[in-house]
Design a protein around this ligand. Structure first.
Ligand code: DC
Length: 227
């Protein structure tokens, strides 16, 4: 039996991987895994259950990860799902910079990452999966059919994040954002387990001068050649 096809889209925050993955999943009518959302929900669960995110609490956080009661409710294949933690709507709360930072901290703990591995692999369902994250092509789906790694300069990424937040009515300082993104990158790249880096067989796409549609087109042309 041939395995269900997978397209992995990895990269740092602000490279556009979230929206690009969603558009590709929608176009192909495949499932979508936003792995960052899992780490974000776990960070929120830790806050809810008063477990602070530090190395000393790795086993408590691992237990939380193993029992994480999270639901992704998609209206249709490839659509961004609503996210529920213990039955409670957290779709918007998980998107704040604060939760992103806590997600990066909780994601630096090796036992927590292992606890979330099978949960992520379970998203591999017919007719196919598009998945976005940091280690999708390197660790979670090393046998993926197409691996993409998106890049963009820190300034462009901060500007995109700034626009995104502004659209949601959240006004943040641009230079604070550059600083936060750089700090988060450093943590994601330097962690010992599953650091943010391209898989050996990933196709690198620099998105600095490309629109979202152009990035999607580029990836779809790679998909056409390989699948
Ligand atoms: O993609 P995102 O911004 O939603 O991810 C938030 C954080 O979660 C990111 O800074 C690091 C962590 N993360 C991870 O460690 N591994 C993943 N596959 C996805 C996210």
């Amino acid at each position: 039996m041939t395995p269900v096809p997978v397209i992995t889209i990895d990269g740092a925050g602000g490279t556009g991987k979230g929206v690009v993955s969603q558009l590709i999943a929608k176009k192909l009518k495949w499932h979508l895994l936003d792995s960052g959302a899992l780490y974000r929900v776990l960070a929120l669960a830790a806050q809810k259950h008063n477990v602070s995110i530090e190395i000393e609490n790795e086993s408590a956080l691992t237990v939380l990860a193993e029992h994480l009661d999270v639901q992704f409710v998609a209206v249709a294949l490839g659509e961004f799902p609503r996210v529920l933690l213990e039955g409670e709507e957290v779709t918007n709360i998980i998107r704040t910079e604060k939760t992103g930072n806590s997600a990066s901290k909780v994601g630096a703990l090796p036992a927590v990452r292992s606890a979330l591995l099978n949960r992520q692999r379970a998203f591999r369902q017919s007719p196919g999966l598009v998945t976005d994250g940091r280690d999708m092509g390197t660790v979670v789906f090393p046998d993926a059919d197409v691996k993409i790694f998106l890049t963009a300069s820190p300034h462009v990424r901060a500007q995109r994040r700034h626009n995104q937040l502004k659209e949601r009515g959240i006004d943040v300082n641009l230079s604070d954002l550059v600083e936060e993104l750089t700090e988060r990158d450093r943590r994601d790249q330097e962690r010992t387990v599953a650091p943010l880096k391209p898989a050996m067989d990933a196709v690198l796409v620099d998105t600095d001068f490309l629109t979202i549609d152009e990035v999607v087109e580029k990836i779809l042309s790679v998909v056409k050649q390989k699948i």
